[in-house]
Design a protein around this ligand. Sequence first.
Ligand code: NAD
Ligand code: DAU
Length: 359
Amino acid sequence: MTILVTGGAGFIGSNFIHDWLSQTNEPVVNLDKLTYAGNIENLSSLSDDERYTFASGDIGDAELVRKLLFEHKPRAILNFAAESHVDRSIHGPEDFIETNIVGTFRLLETVRSYWDSLEDVDRDAFRFLHISTDEVYGTLAPDAAAFTEKHRYEPNSPYSASKASSDHLVRAYHHTYGLPVLTTNCSNNYGPFQFPEKLIPLMIHNALAGKPLPVYGDGQQIRDWLYVSDHCSAIRRVLEAGKVGEVYNIGGLNEKANLDIVNTICDLLEELTPDSQFSRSEKNPEGYKGLITFVTDRPGHDRRYAINAEKINSELDWQPSETFESGIRKTVEWYLNNQEWVQHIVSGEYRDWVTKQYA
Ligand code: NAD
Ligand code: DAU
């Protein structure tokens, strides 16, 4: 048996492949277009592992996907591939429409014809697992109940609207054609290999370089943070035991305001890098926290997300194993120990992005 992962060179996909191969011997084919966010270095430790195959390409390339499906005959597709950064979707939504909507549609079409060709027993066992986000549900008032799977879709950014659209297509392929799909809607992930355009790795990177820590608006926006390996274990569990056609919300029960996250990162960096020229000293009494800079808010910024993970907990017996305190410490340590990985990224296109976004 084999699984096919799309977008496996990105943050969550690469963590998933490492997690998968550490838990099972089942081979993985990774189809990734290697956009700015895709990084084969995330998987360099697997280059001699015969259970791992990399294919460079687009989920919307029907000919390539068809070839991969008939060659490797996967029993499941896990669709991680997407344009994933909200701020980029505000500057330029088109790539989001192209990959997240049109790409997912084309992938579904190609997978449907492959699935139609399978013998009954393989058709029954086949799964298409679509990895989605809590952002499709929109924003929550401070005292509103957390998102359940029944919460109405109210996406507010081009990114979340494109993910919502892909979720609807996945749902429709089940209801119309019987394709055995599963969908997961997860909250904010953090951990190793996250591209330093997202809040946590960006703050770590900027603090270590003595650059401003740009907090949007008043910094009181709330996200529900989940350590990436817990997301991976949830996806494995949904693939293993999820009911076909169902949606599972995944969250960390860790609602935190952005400013609190940034302060926590600064505290950890004070502890772990006391000798840095930017850490607290007589000459610099504020230390890393002195770098915090309030900047113009994100347009249409969602105020609060929170996940009700009761369904996956009660039906599939899944729960996160990291607390925020343990996960954020591991994350800061990982970035400190992998500065070379960061340095390879923060050149070229990344520099252009930072100039555009934080000008
Ligand atoms: P990422 O941006 O780090 O990685 C995306 C990967 O997809 C990259 O390797 C990129 O090269 C690849 N890709 C992009 N377009 C492609 C295409 N057309 N064909 C093939 N590959 C393509 O994203 P991530 O943070 O790892 O997120 C992975 C998935 O999880 C996304 O679908 C995202 O919506 C979802 N998600 C992310 C989070 C989070 O906090 N990061 C939370 C919930 C859900
Ligand atoms: O909720 C799940 C989503 O989480 C995923 O679907 C997305 O793919 C992922 O990017 C993430 O979206 P967010 O917009 O929540 O993540 P980001 O790291 O971009 O921002 C987190 C919060 O921090 C958000 O409220 C905006 C704020 N922020 C972000 C950046 C990059 C800042 O205040 N300053 C910044 O420089």
